[in-house]
Structures are given as structure tokens and as C-alpha cells.
Ligand binder design. Structure first.
Ligand SMILES: *[C@@H]1O[C@H](CO)[C@@H](O)[C@H](O)[C@H]1NC(C)=O
Ligand SMILES: *[C@@H]1O[C@H](CO)[C@@H](O)[C@H](O)[C@H]1NC(C)=O
Ligand SMILES: *[C@@H]1O[C@H](CO)[C@@H](O)[C@H](O)[C@H]1NC(C)=O
Length: 242
């Protein structure tokens, strides 16, 4: 640095006021040892400050965040769900969202009424394409009585006033089989599509095993088994990819 400055200085025609000004304020002068030390200690200060804040952050993370109670953890993590339903936590099943019970005709937020899963389903667990393919334009047999005289059209059920059929509805054998197909296919599709949600019925093994048995059965599609009723409820959708 020093020799360069000198040679620059000696060059003819480089003695303009601008260059002098630079020299006088010391910009082009070599740093004195004290100046270097001051500069170094400033750098060291910044580095130390950064290291300390990094260590503090790490400590806070290790001490606090890693040991947060699950209720607070679910507030911190969204498990891929950013909708309006609050994320709740079940000790065995983990985080979930659930359709809240709101007085009809209001709809629970971020939920869709699902005819074949029987009730309101949080949208991350609702398969619109599957529901469209299996429900739209059909008229499944749902009845208020076990003799099949008081039929409730599926369009009426789809309005979602669950309190109107709070004790459940009797169904044709055909509806029961399709309900099982629907659940099995929905569960397979959600897994294949790496959906963030798993419907409560899909993780109820007893119900799913019953469905495997049922779809193997042959029977009169209009038979009404009076031991079987479709119960409608506000569903849960467990969160987190499998
Ligand atoms: C968690 O879920 C399981 C399975 O659905 C259920 O049996 C249990 O009662 C739930 N626990 C709580 C605290 O809600
Ligand atoms: C599952 O659902 C999809 C979408 O509706 C459909 O394309 C497929 O054929 C269904 N699978 C079965 C076995 O019904
Ligand atoms: C919903 O069903 C209940 C029970 O049958 C009934 O009292 C109420 O009037 C229905 N609500 C509407 C808006 O239809």
C-alpha cells in the first residue's frame, strides 16, 4: 500500500487539488498501528456480539421451544394447514381440525357436507372429485323409518341440517356398500396424493375392516338392514403428512 501511494504521488500531472484533498484527510495514507488495532477490536466486538446472540437463540430454542407443551406447539406449527379452523391436539392421534357445530343454516367454516362420509368434513379431508363422481346426480336411499316408507331425498340431507336427522337414517344396502367404497377409495387417494389430512373414519380401523367385509357381500341393493343406521356428525381431520 505504502509504495503504491508514493509512486502515485510522484507521477507528473497527478497533483490536482482533489488528490491532495484525499491525501490531507488521510484516506490514502497507511493506517497507523493504533488505527489498525481500533479497527480490529471493532470487528472482534461485532463478531462477539453475533456469536452471543446466536448462542442465546440456540439456548432459548433448546430450553423453551423444544419443551413447549403440545397446546403451544400446535400454535407454533401449522402442520400444513393455514385455514380458519383452530388446530387441536389429541394425545394418541396428534393434531387435528374439526368442523364446529353452528346453528343451521350457517355452515361450519372451511367444511363441506359429505353425504357418503356422513356429515360435515373439514376441507383438507374432503375429496371434491370423489364426492362429485359418486354423489352428484344419484339418489341414494336414506329413510327416516326402517320400512323404507319415509324417504329423505339426498339433496335435502346435503343441506346439512344434521339436527333434522340427529338419531340417524336407515339406508339401502346399495348406499351402505357405496359408503364403504367411498371411504376406502378416499383413504387410498389421500395417501397417494400426500394430502395433509386424514379423516377420522379412515383411521378408525374397526370401521374400515367392516367396510372390507361389506364390499365382498352380495345382496339386494334395496334391502334395508334395520341393525344399520347412518349417523351424521361433525368430522375430525387429523393433520400431518403420512
Ligand atoms: C384421542 O383419540 C382417541 C381415538 O380417536 C380417543 O379414543 C381419545 O378419547 C382421544 N383423546 C382425547 C383426550 O380426546
Ligand atoms: C376412486 O375414485 C376415483 C375418483 O372418483 C375414480 O376415478 C376411481 O375409479 C375410484 N376407484 C374405484 C375402485 O372405484
Ligand atoms: C333444522 O332441523 C330442525 C329439526 O328438525 C328444525 O327444527 C329446524 O327448523 C331446521 N332448520 C331449518 C332452517 O330448516
Amino acid at each position: 500500500m505504502h509504495p503504491t501511494d508514493d509512486s502515485d504521488f510522484e507521477k507528473p500531472g497527478r497533483s490536482s487539488m482533489e488528490e491532495y484533498a484525499g491525501l490531507i484527510t488521510g484516506e490514502n495514507l497507511p493506517r497507523s498501528p493504533r488505527g489498525i488495532r481500533a479497527h480490529l477490536s471493532k470487528c472482534a466486538g461485532i463478531a462477539a456480539g453475533l456469536t452471543i446472540s446466536l448462542l442465546l437463540t440456540l439456548c432459548i430454542y433448546l430450553l423453551l421451544l423444544r419443551n413447549l407443551p403440545v397446546e403451544v406447539q400446535t400454535l407454533v406449527e401449522d402442520y400444513g394447514y393455514t385455514g380458519p379452523l383452530p388446530i387441536q391436539y389429541n394425545d394418541t392421534r396428534g393434531p387435528y381440525i374439526e368442523c364446529p357445530e353452528v346453528p343451521f343454516p350457517a355452515h361450519p367454516p372451511d367444511c363441506t357436507f359429505d353425504l357418503l362420509a356422513n356429515g360435515w368434513v373439514p376441507n383438507p379431508c374432503f375429496d371434491a372429485e370423489l364426492h362429485h363422481d359418486m354423489v352428484d346426480g344419484h339418489d341414494y336411499g336414506f329413510f327416516r323409518d326402517r320400512w323404507g316408507k319415509d324417504k329423505l331425498h339426498q339433496d335435502v340431507i346435503l343441506r346439512g341440517n344434521i339436527s333434522d336427522f340427529a338419531t340417524g337414517l336407515w339406508v339401502h344396502f346399495h348406499e351402505h356398500v357405496d359408503h364403504c367404497w367411498y371411504l376406502l377409495n378416499g383413504s387410498v387417494r389421500a395417501t397417494a396424493m400426500q394430502s395433509i389430512g386424514r379423516l377420522d373414519v379412515w383411521v378408525d380401523e374397526e370401521h374400515m375392516q367392516h367396510c372390507f367385509g361389506l364390499i365382498k357381500k352380495k345382496g339386494d341393493p334395496t334391502f334395508i338392514d334395520y341393525h344399520v343406521k347412518a349417523l351424521f356428525w361433525h368430522h375430525r381431520c387429523y393433520l400431518g403428512r403420512v
